[in-house]
Design a protein around this ligand. Sequence first.
Ligand SMILES: N=CN[C@@H](CCC(=O)O)C(=O)O
Ligand SMILES: [Mn+2]
Ligand SMILES: [Mn+2]
Length: 325
Amino acid sequence: MYKPIDAQTWKGRVDAADGELGLRWHQMMQLLRLSPEQELPQVAPGRCGFAFLGFCCDEGVRRNQGRVGAASAPPLIRQAMASFANHLPSNASLADAGDVLVLNQYLEEAQVQLGKKVQALQEHGYKTIVLGGGHETAYGHFLGLQSALEEEETLGIINFDAHFDLRSYSNQPSSGTPFLQIADALEKQNKDFNYLCLGIQEYGNTRALFNTAQNLCAEYVLAQDLHAINAEALKSQIQTFLSKIDKVYVSIDLDVFAAAYAPGVSAPAAMGVQPDIVLLLLQDIMKSEKVLSLDVVELNPQFDIDSRTAKLAASLIYHSIMNWR
Ligand SMILES: N=CN[C@@H](CCC(=O)O)C(=O)O
Ligand SMILES: [Mn+2]
Ligand SMILES: [Mn+2]
């Protein structure tokens, strides 16, 4: 269920004549093996370690009647990031911790494994970036963050998504259920569910889902309001949300974007949001000094056009890392 990264994975353009100044991400990537036999290096004080972890899984999408394909997304997001020019500060480093895989449709087990790997990276001081996978990634990701959190710390979730993903999981968990699973897990621990969902498509979510959101006191912004003309009000709403929590987990479901930018998803949105407003808000969130971890989910390479969606996912990760404090 776990595959360490292959040394051949990270490759791309080399500008050897420029020496250090010509470095690209693929030339800086450290390979981490997450295994009980091997001690994971701790991020040294004063340094900033970013670690990627793939979740090669679309079993949740299949269960949610969606178009499968997201299981093959992590290597393509890596490929889209490989030749990024290095503009990181000298105290920052990049590492790849490999992939968690789902075997024989055992989604629940794969989520637990994902959680354990996220927990290990967090406890060793890494800022983690999980490459999905369908949105079932979120429940496993949360399990790891929750375990790594200090007892008294409150966790908030900011989800850029056309959908609430608050469906009932009484039959089975899927890509449509992670945030209700999280809400219930938090309630069992007497903790608040602090959830802000940005980019909701009214026509993509039933009245039942809007009711669930209301009952859980979930905050949301409709896609039609997630627009650059509302930037100041949106920034202030996000600051108010951030002021109530200690740490934040950011999840980006690529189906929040208009299909012109993100055709490669299970459920494309013709009238989805523009990347510029997401970037503006994301930069603020990453600078908040509260972000523990990020995931980018629902890339389905089978429906992508000229790697457009994979490149969008990669650029969102680039800008997140560059603004992560
Ligand atoms: N991950 C969530 N997906 C959406 C899918 C919607 C659709 O297939 O149209 C949901 O469950 O609401
Ligand atoms: Mn989603
Ligand atoms: Mn969605």
